[in-house]
Design a protein around this ligand. Sequence first.
Ligand code: GAR
Length: 210
Amino acid sequence: MIRIAVLVSGGGTNLQALIDAQMRCTIKQGKLAAVISSSPDAFALQRAKTAGIPGYVVNRRDYPSNEAMTHDLTKLLKELDIGLVVLAGFMYVLTEELISAYPNAIINVHPALIPSFCGEGAYGLHVHEQALTYGVKLSGATVHFVNEQCDGGPIILQKAVAVEEDDTPQTLQRRIMEQAEWKLLPKAVSLFCEGRLKVEGRLVKILPGV
Ligand code: GAR
């Protein structure tokens, strides 16, 4: 069993999708072992508590920089014997210390089809504002490994979602969550834990199940 830590900053609907998948036993060979929040007020911590998963706070406000916060995060993840780190609505860019401690073992969910609408400043509702302003007819979600380039790591899974004429950032966000994020993230996490993701340079191959 791979011990999974989920890093969150807000509502935690993607965390909930992982909890629901665990309840349905569709995360094979992995166990949600910790939820770590960058804010003590994140509703995601309540979801963890209800599910009986230990919750931790590494409060960004207690640190002068992302580097300093990442240092403590890395220490905590090692203490907890974590094998897979999942960023599920985690709103800070992790620095090199954590990325090099978990090569191809940090997974992020991004609410657009990378390489569109991603990178610094593209998070949460901003991503959907950018997509609507640009006028794309399709957006979607991407689950990818995290490397030193913001939103630039190898892509694991993607799913396209239609943009409707009267969409607001909120309605588009919700549709992308329902149709893409909440499905792709648990699937990618299970594939990782089953040892079925093979990274070759930028490419991720999905190996057949047994
Ligand atoms: C999700 O849409 C996630 O893809 C996005 O923030 C939202 C968090 O919602 N993440 C990013 O924008 C990262 N760049 P949640 O807390 O309900 O899962």
